[in-house]
Ligand binder design. Structure first.
Ligand SMILES: NC(=O)c1ccc[n+]([C@@H]2O[C@H](COP(=O)([O-])OP(=O)(O)OC[C@H]3O[C@@H](n4cnc5c(N)ncnc54)[C@H](OP(=O)(O)O)[C@@H]3O)[C@@H](O)[C@H]2O)c1
Length: 255
């Protein structure tokens, strides 16, 4: 008897951006265990290769370094991936940057970098991804938003705006693409223990840090908590789910 696994990703080609570290790397590992073939994207080729070596030996896993901010590189990179792996069945757009700073002191360059990396590059990427010579039908698109896109926090104005933008993008694109059998969903994690969180922690006093931790009734998240939700949204188990923002935050935004 074959084992029933509704999250099975066997044979699916899944592209993950931000696969060189943190949540993206953990998601790639999780999808690999569920049988997916992975296209691992990010800028740091060496770290992408490290991710590839963590994946199960079976499966066609490839490393595809490119910069999300280099608009001209996106279409050739996608064509290269399809040439090496075949049409893409699902994508997790996890690449992102953060900066915690009161708006008054935020430089215009930082605003541009945050909005371009977290939002504009995703829109340009998706414009090319929707080409039927790149993405398969049916297909699942998952955007990595943030609880900061639905709740407010001091110092997070620009980051929150970029992530709220992704949630809006998700709803409209889901409606636009439903007829093409392409689902679009977002995930909004609370604080997850990654390098990004470690960097943020350095800017906080112990009291501020304790305050953030205590705002999560179930404690801080682990990367695998997010990966399980992403796997659900990429799998056929979520076949009737589109345009949603799945909040995975240990109760952070419930209060
Ligand atoms: N950690 C949290 O608490 C938390 C909470 C909510 C949401 N999120 C979101 O989850 C995602 C991953 O966060 P993380 O904590 O795992 O952070 P991380 O470890 O810093 O990972 C960020 C990833 O984004 C990639 N990246 C950044 N700029 C890029 C660019 N211009 N082009 C291509 N790739 C780029 C990095 O790869 P390279 O360095 O190789 O380019 C890296 O793999 C982000 O979108 C973040 O906003 C995180």
């Amino acid at each position: 008897m074959t084992q029933f696994n509704p999250l099975n990703l066997k044979g699916k080609n899944i592209l993950v951006t931000g696969a060189s570290s943190g949540i993206g790397r953990a998601c790639a590992g999780y999808f690999g265990k569920l049988g997916a073939n992975l296209a691992l994207c990010g800028r740091n080729e060496q770290q992408l290769e490290q991710t590839r070596q963590m994946l199960p030996a079976e499966g066609n896993h490839i490393v595809c370094p490119f910069d999300m901010l280099d608009s001209a590189a996106l279409e050739p990179a996608l064509k290269d991936i399809v040439g090496r792996a075949g049409l893409i069945n699902g994508v997790l757009l996890c690449a992102g940057v953060t900066k915690t700073m009161p708006l008054r002191f935020t430089l215009e360059n930082d605003i541009t970098n945050l909005l371009n990396t977290n939002l504009k590059s995703v829109i340009v990427f998706l414009k090319h991804f929707l080409n039927p010579k790149i993405s398969a039908r049916p297909c699942s698109i998952v955007l990595m938003a943030s609880a900061a896109g639905v709740t407010g926090a001091p110092g997070k104005t620009v980051y929150s705006a970029s992530k709220a933008g992704l949630i809006g993008l998700c709803r409209s694109l889901a409606v636009e693409l439903a007829q093409d059998k392409i689902r679009v969903n977002a995930i909004s994690p609370g604080y997850v223990k990654t390098d990004m969180f470690a960097e943020l922690s350095k800017q906080l006093t112990p009291v501020q840090l304790e305050n953030i931790i205590s705002q999560h009734p179930l404690g801080l998240g682990a990367t695998e908590d997010v990966a399980a939700s992403a796997a659900f949204l990429l799998s056929d188990a979520s076949g009737w789910v589109t345009g949603t923002n799945l909040v995975v935050d240990g109760g952070f935004s419930a209060k």
